[in-house]
Design a protein around this ligand. Structure first.
Ligand SMILES: [Zn+2]
Length: 375
């Protein structure tokens, strides 16, 4: 990870680079701030920078052997400690899950504890940094660096560290071996044990600026400017949140297009087209199918209300707005209850695992009767 790959946070990058160039590398630092603001990305970029063999003024080179190993998170002097779950009664340390961890982090360094729990398939278990980890930490930090100038240990979610482990770590922080850097990364620094907290240099990472998130969305996700700006503003400084919103947007877009197709085909009484439509819809997962019916109820209600409201409504997209205004006369007092009941019933049947093709086709046929303009 290079600094240039980190979204926004120019001020922090500059501060980290400057302090390093002035010879200041506090041996225990805490990168704290809200989830999804790029703390881990910054920690990785910083560690890569200070170990780069061909360091530029503001960033690592990205090409030297150290950078190449860092990019794969496989540098022998880069260690990770993170919460894990116990399977059975066996001990559990980070090293057992290093493969999954690398995979997770390489997808995106904008991580969350929930995301990590999913990666671990841990479902209801709360991951922790167990007492077993302390031996491993001591071993790693007491050895000399293999090849790098700085030996780095990144500790993710130190607030989840067992007390025995915390105490061992405390000793290492108090009497560090030279050229050792411990970087802690935490969403909730207030939960870190105070003895550790007080011995770390805090690097408070602010939320990412909305403009930086918007730029990243248009650069990396090819999002149009308007949507990128909107999501950038609504993401509250978290790129993780922005990505989630993007997925929601895509789902909503899909549901909108399918709803529009259904209404068109029903209006045309195109039974063959409706059959094809049902087959397409039946291919999605149950959750997606359910979401479609929930979305459909929303659009029907909005359309019905549009018959009475004069003020401007806040739609997700101009296309939806245009559609609602055209569809409104069909969702009138004679039809709206029937339309909503059909969608509710269909949702109910999907939740109870009724054959999806039948549910969709049944709804489709009912709508050929329901899509009647108010005369
Ligand atoms: Zn380099």
């Amino acid at each position: 990870m290079q600094f240039r790959e980190v979204i926004g946070q120019e001020h922090i990058k500059q501060r980290l680079v400057e302090s390093f160039n002035q010879g200041r590398v506090p041996h225990a630092q805490l990168f704290s701030g809200i989830e999804g603001n790029g703390k881990m990305a910054l920690a990785l970029a910083y560690a890569q920078y200070i170990n780069c063999q061909n360091r530029g003024e503001n960033d690592a080179c990205g090409l030297c052997p150290s950078c190449v190993k860092y990019a794969k998170l496989e540098h022998p002097d880069l260690h990770f400690v993170f919460p894990v779950v116990k399977k059975g009664s066996s001990s559990a340390v980070s090293d057992y899950y290093i493969k999954e961890w690398r995979q997770y982090l390489l997808q995106s360094p904008y991580i969350s504890i929930n995301g990590w729990v999913n990666q671990l398939n841990a479902e209801n278990k709360q991951p922790q940094i167990y007492a077993d980890e302390s031996t491993s930490i001591v071993n790693k930090l007491s050895k000399r660096a293999y090849e790098a100038e700085y030996k780095v240990m990144i500790i993710y979610s130190p607030e989840r560290m067992n007390i025995t482990c915390s105490n061992k770590l405390l000793k290492l922080i108090e009497e560090p071996s030279p050229k050792t850097l411990i970087l802690m990364v935490s969403d909730t620094p207030e939960d870190i044990i105070t003895t550790i907290l007080s011995r770390c240099q805090n690097v408070a990472i602010p939320p990412i600026k909305a403009t930086a998130i918007a730029k990243a969305l248009s650069d990396y996700k090819a999002l149009d400017e308007k949507s990128a700006t909107r999501i950038g503003r609504m993401a509250s400084g978290s790129y993780l949140r922005a990505q989630e919103m993007l997925v929601q947007d895509e789902d909503e877009q899909f549901n909108f297009e399918q709803f529009r197709s259904l209404m068109r085909l029903a209006f045309q009484k195109n039974v063959l087209g409706l059959k094809e439509w049902s087959d397409i819809m039946a291919k999605g997962g149950r959750e997606r199918q359910k979401q479609f019916f929930i979305y459909a109820q929303h659009v029907i209600r909005e359309s019905f209300m549009a018959n009475f409201r004069t003020e401007e409504l806040n739609y997700t997209s101009p296309i939806e707005e245009e559609f609602v205004s055209k569809f409104a006369p069909f969702a009138n007092e004679n039809t709206v209850t029937g339309m909503l009941t059909q969608m509710e019933d269909a949702q109910f049947h999907i939740e109870r695992n009724v054959n999806a093709k039948m549910v969709f086709f049944d709804v489709a046929l009912k709508f050929t009767q329901l899509v009647v303009k108010k005369g």
